[in-house]
Write a protein that binds this ligand. Structure first.
Ligand SMILES: Cc1cc2nc3c(=O)[nH]c(=O)nc-3n(C[C@H](O)[C@H](O)[C@H](O)COP(=O)(O)OP(=O)(O)OC[C@H]3O[C@@H](n4cnc5c(N)ncnc54)[C@H](O)[C@@H]3O)c2cc1C
Length: 356
């Protein structure tokens, strides 16, 4: 019988961040994951930005999360001996005079000083971008090559026998006393990091994880690789010269598998409003984001089976939330901290009907 501190089910951004944190804390752990080419983490453009949504509000917990993620991914690059993390300036052209005024006001506010590099007015930050009203250069953003991050972390875990490439079978799980048993393994905790597939997990399918489909295009163009453009969509460079990712769409209605013409048209219209460049679409990806009604991650124990834990609800921000909250979850398991109500699974407890 192999014995672990933690079994992690799922190896997207949530499971991978958790696994690397376990490694750093010298926990005995095993990841069980069946790779899915359309998992949200594999199709994500990898952008992290300290401003959120059309209102451009400062991201929740930005001051903590952005310092943390930088340290986390840089340490991961050293550990995995691979490059996948790239801080980059984000240039956002203004849509209106009002927006220009709002950003000017923000740039004078100390709350935003770490996140606004400069206001560019009037326009032409580069020859490629359409910015007659100028724009803002946002700092502390960048991109994570999520495929490279996941692949290099998986290779290390496979090499050290910490990774099992298969579907987790719920029928082989038994719960008794202070540990859990799975096939010939036992563990103090199992942490489910299944993304949207949590909807098939009978222990946690009462948690309101809502699917939000997203699609991204891959394009080839003769554009700059030293910046991200962001307006109603983002255009991010990839590790390959002249290849960019353009995203994303947000669809709660049509969550069927597959890429759609509607999404491609929407992205191309917005791309032409942002960039004045010829391009060729070379690929289109889709995936389903696991979101929560209050847009906060969800972590903590099952209301009855305390050894079963959840780490989910990373929504549209897996790259920035996974490092920080995987650390929070392990600190909480080790009794170092209490779990903030805003992320604690207990906030949804009234939806659970399994109490005896
Ligand atoms: C088009 C698109 C673009 C995006 N762009 C960005 C972006 O630029 N920046 C950003 O921060 N976020 C972005 N996101 C959101 C981000 O991808 C998600 O927040 C994040 O990937 C969620 O990670 P996860 O680990 O929770 O889930 P997932 O990525 O879904 O990973 C879950 C893993 O668990 C495995 N699994 C599930 N059940 C089982 C089981 N029973 N047995 C074995 N394995 C199992 C799955 O196969 C998968 O490998 C984007 C999402 C989409 C769809």
């Amino acid at each position: 019988m192999r014995k672990f501190d933690v079994i992690i089910v799922g190896f997207g951004l949530a499971g991978a961040a958790l696994a690397l944190q376990c490694l750093q804390r010298k926990k005995k752990f095993l990841v069980i994951d069946k790779q899915d080419v359309n998992s949200a983490s594999r199709v994500a453009a990898g952008l992290f930005t300290p401003f959120t949504g059309q209102g451009n509000v400062k991201t929740w917990l930005a001051d903590d999360i952005f310092q943390y993620l930088k340290r986390f991914y840089i340490q991961a690059e050293v550990l995995l001996d691979f490059s996948f993390f790239q801080p980059l300036p984000i240039y956002k052209p203004f849509n209106s005079i009002k927006e220009q005024n709002d950003w000017n006001a923000k740039s004078a506010d100390p709350v935003f000083q770490n996140y606004i590099d400069l206001i560019w007015t009037p326009g032409s930050y580069g020859h490629d971008v359409i910015d007659p009203l100028g724009g803002v250069v946002i700092s502390n953003g960048g991109i994570l090559d999520t495929q490279a991050f996941l692949d290099s972390a998986k290779s290390l875990l496979l090499r050290d026998d910490n990774f099992c490439d298969e579907d987790f079978e719920f029928a082989s799980l038994s719960l008794s006393g202070s540990s859990v048993r799975y096939k010939k393994l036992t563990a103090d905790h199992i942490i489910f990091c299944e993304g949207i597939q949590v909807l098939h997990n009978s222990y946690f399918n009462w948690v309101p994880i809502r699917p939000l489909k997203g699609e991204v295009l891959e394009i080839e163009m003769d554009g700059p690789a030293d910046r991200i453009y962001k307006q109603n969509i983002y255009v991010v460079p990839t590790g390959t010269p002249q290849v960019f990712r353009v995203g994303a769409t947000y669809d709660r209605e049509n969550i069927l598998p597959g890429a759609t013409n509607e999404a491609r048209n929407e992205l191309e219209i917005k791309l032409k409003e942002l960039l004045n460049k010829d391009y060729k679409v070379t690929n289109q990806d889709w995936g389903i984001r696991p979101t929560t009604p209050d847009r906060k991650p969800v972590l903590g124990s099952h209301p009855v089976h305390k050894n079963l834990l959840l780490f989910n609800g990373l929504g549209t921000k897996g790259v920035s939330l996974a490092p920080y909250f995987s650390g929070v979850l392990l600190d909480w398991i080790d009794n170092k901290i209490t779990l903030d109500k805003q992320v604690n699974i207990s906030r949804f407890k009234s939806l659970y009907s399994g109490f005896e």
